[in-house]
Ligand binder design. Structure first.
Ligand SMILES: *C/C=C(C)/C=C/C=C(C)/C=C/C1=C(C)CCCC1(C)C
Length: 203
């Protein structure tokens, strides 16, 4: 629960900052979005690790999840802020990092540890978390694909960039869905696990 609170707090600080910059300059600072993600995505990996630790998760799982996150975010930043003309290439490299995470939670050790867990509350919660990581996180690359030269740019070509930024809109929606949604699932797991412990102590 503490990690979830930290994630939404870190995001809130960055959003207040990004709002201030937008109001003054009508541009959205890409660096701050990626600083936010570089802190919060590894914290989400830590949440996966913490809920699976009682079932026997090893630190190698956490290392693989964080390595995938770093590849995903560093490549995304390069494509969005440094070599913008090559954003398709960097987007593909970034997707490899995301795939590392998806593999780990659906077919890798994390999936096996969760399947072997004898706690249905953890199993159900884990299942919802990985849906967020597969479907909810897909909103980010969809936003990224609206960048100039990328697949979905045609959809947003007519927008005045000083009035709206469709890429940022997609990222804002994605952050709200995933950071708050993840936190609510963790809350459900924590509540369910505590209730079970109490019942066990009484019995
Ligand atoms: C709280 C912030 C979260 C959960 C951020 C997640 C970010 C992603 C899943 C970003 C993924 C990207 C790709 C898979 C390819 C294109 C570049 C990115 C960085 C937008």
């Amino acid at each position: 629960m503490l990690v979830s609170a930290l994630i939404t707090f870190i995001a809130a600080v960055h959003y207040f900052y990004m709002r201030g910059v937008w109001l003054e300059t009508q541009t959205s600072p890409t660096q701050f979005r990626y600083i936010d993600w570089t802190l919060t995505v590894p914290l989400m990996c830590i949440e996966y690790y913490l809920i699976l630790k009682p079932a026997g998760a090893k630190s190698g799982m956490l290392v693989r999840l964080i390595a995938g996150s770093l590849l995903m975010l560093v490549a995304g930043y390069i494509g969005e802020a440094i070599y913008v003309e090559q954003n398709v290439l960097w987007g593909i490299i970034s997707t490899v990092g995301w795939a590392v995470i998806i593999y780990e939670i659906y077919a890798g050790e994390a999936a096996k540890v969760a399947a072997a867990s004898n706690n249905p509350v953890v199993q159900r919660g884990y299942n919802v978390l990985r849906w967020f990581t597969l479907v909810g996180w897909a909103i980010y690359p969809i936003g990224y694909m609206m960048l100039p030269g990328n697949l979905l740019h045609g959809l947003v070509e007519g927008y005045d960039p000083t009035k709206s930024s469709p890429v940022d809109l997609a990222y804002n929606i994605a952050d709200a869905v995933n950071k708050i949604g993840f936190g609510l699932v963790i809350y459900t797991i924590a509540k369910g696990a505590t209730a079970e412990e109490r019942a066990y102590a009484r019995a």
